[in-house]
Design a protein around this ligand. Structure first.
Ligand SMILES: Nc1ncnc2c1ncn2[C@@H]1O[C@H](COP(=O)(O)OP(=O)(O)O)[C@@H](O)[C@H]1O
Ligand SMILES: [Mg+2]
Length: 337
C-alpha cells in the first residue's frame, strides 16, 4: 500500500513587502513528504530552503511584511492563511531543530527548565518527578547517558553536538509527526555531524516520524533521503530519488551540487570544485531560468523562458536542456501537454 502523504506543499510563494516593491523569496515551491519518509531540501546558501521550512512552521508569516500564498497541507489540514491552526501544531505535531543549537537555547536557564517547558507545551503539566523521568528517557533516546549532568547544565557548559542532541530530544518530546531539521549539523564538526544524522534517521524509524532535512550538502542529502528536492533561487529545480540523483541528475545545477560532494578520503583538505558564481538576490533575478548565467548549457530560450518543472521518467526537473537526452522526448511531450 502506498504510504499516506503527511505534508503536501503546492505552489507556495512567499512574498516580502519591502515598501517600495514586493519581492518573492520563494516562487511556486511544491513537494510531498509521506509518512515515515525522509525528504531532503538541498541547495546552496540563499536558495530558499530556510524560508520554505520556516513558512511550513508558520514562523515566516509572523513578520507582518511577509505573506504566503499557495498551499501547505499537513495531515489533511490547510496551513496557509491559518496561523492559529499552525501555532497549535508547532511544538506538538510539527517540530523543528535549527542550525545553531546554542542560539535556540536560552543561556540563562539550565537544560532541565527548558526541556520542561517543551514537555508542558506538548502534554500539559504533570508531577515534577514524572517530568524528570520523561526528560531522562528523551535524553537517553538521543544517546545521552549522563542525563543528570546535562539536565543541570547551562547551554554554554555543553558542546555543540551535545546541545544539538538536547534540541532534538526537546523536539521529540511531543512525538511530532514531522520533524523539520534545518541544517542541524552545519555548525558541528564532521564526526559529530555523522552521529547526529544517524540519530535523526534512527529516531525517524523508531518513532514512525517523517523528516524534512534541510542541507546544503548533496552528499548528506542523497545519502539519507527517500526523496531529494533540489532548490535554486526560490524554486524547486529537481525532485528525484537519491539513485536518480547520483546516476542521472537532470538539472545542470544538481550536477554542479554533486561535484561539490567532498571525496571520501577521510580528509576535507581538498579544494572542492564549485559552481562558479552564486545564488542571485531574490530582488534581482535574471530573466528566463534563474540559473542561466551560471549554466554551461544555457541557450537563448533559457535566457527568456523560465522552464516549468516537468516529468522526466521518475524525476521532475525544471530545465530546457536536461542532462539525460534519452528522456528529452518526455520533456517535449510534457511541454506540449
Ligand atoms: N526574513 C527575511 N527577510 C528578507 N529576506 C529574507 C528573509 N529570510 C530570507 N530572506 C532572503 O531569502 C533568500 C532565501 O533565503 P534562505 O531561505 O534563508 O536560504 P537558504 O536557507 O537556502 O540558505 C535569501 O536571498 C535571503 O536573503
Ligand atoms: Mg538556511
Amino acid at each position: 500500500m502506498a504510504k499516506s502523504t503527511i505534508l503536501s506543499v503546492n505552489d507556495l510563494t512567499v512574498t516580502l513587502d519591502r515598501g517600495d516593491r514586493d519581492v518573492d523569496l520563494i516562487r511556486g515551491v511544491g513537494f510531498e513528504v509521506r509518512a515515515g519518509e525522509i525528504v531532503t531540501l538541498v541547495g546552496e546558501s540563499g536558495s530558499g530552503k530556510s524560508v520554505t521550512s520556516r513558512t511550513i512552521m508558520g514562523l515566516m508569516q509572523l513578520d507582518r511584511n511577509i505573506s504566503a500564498t499557495g498551499s501547505i497541507i499537513f495531515d489533511g489540514q490547510q496551513l496557509v492563511g491559518h496561523p492559529e491552526a499552525t501555532a497549535k501544531l508547532r511544538g506538538t505535531e510539527l517540530a523543528m531543530v535549527f542550525q545553531e543549537p546554542l542560539s535556540s537555547l536560552d543561556p540563562v536557564f539550565p537544560i532541565e527548565d527548558q526541556m520542561r517547558e517543551g514537555l508542558r507545551r506538548a502534554h500539559g503539566r504533570s508531577s515534577k518527578q514524572a517530568e524528570k523521568a520523561k526528560m531522562e528517557e528523551l535524553l537517553r533516546e538521543v544517546g545521552i547517558r549522563d542525563t543528570d549532568r546535562v539536565l543541570n547544565s547551562f547551554p554554554h557548559q555543553l558542546s555543540g553536538g551535545m546541545c544539538q542532541r538536547v534540541m532534538i530530544a526537546s523536539a521529540l518530546s511531543s512525538a511530532p509527526r514531522l520533524l523539520i531539521a534545518d541544517e542541524p549539523t552545519t555548525a558541528l564538526d564532521v564526526t559529530i555531524q555523522a552521529q547526529i544524522l544517524d540519530l535523526i534517521d534512527r529516531l525517524r524509524e523508531e518513532n514512525d516520524m517523517s523528516v524534512l532535512l534541510v542541507t546544503h550538502d548533496m552528499g548528506v542529502a542523497a545519502d539519507l533521503a527517500d526523496r531529494v528536492v533540489v532548490m535554486y533561487a526560490g524554486r524547486v529545480v529537481e525532485d528525484s530519488s537519491p539513485r536518480d540523483i547520483f546516476t542521472a541528475a537532470q538539472h545542470p545545477y544538481t550536477e554542479g551540487l554533486l561535484g561539490c560532494i567532498p571525496p571520501m578520503t577521510g580528509q576535507r583538505l581538498e579544494i572542492l570544485p564549485a559552481i562558479p558564481g552564486s545564488v542571485p538576490d531574490p530582488a534581482k533575478l535574471p530573466g528566463g531560468c534563474a540559473f542561466n548565467p551560471r549554466c554551461a548549457f544555457a541557450s537563448d530560450r533559457c535566457r527568456t523562458d523560465d522552464p516549468p518543472l516537468l516529468k522526466l521518467g521518475g524525476t521532475h526537473a525544471a530545465c530546457w536542456h536536461p542532462r539525460h537526452a534519452e528522456d528529452q522526448t518526455a520533456l517535449l511531450e510534457g511541454a506540449r501537454a
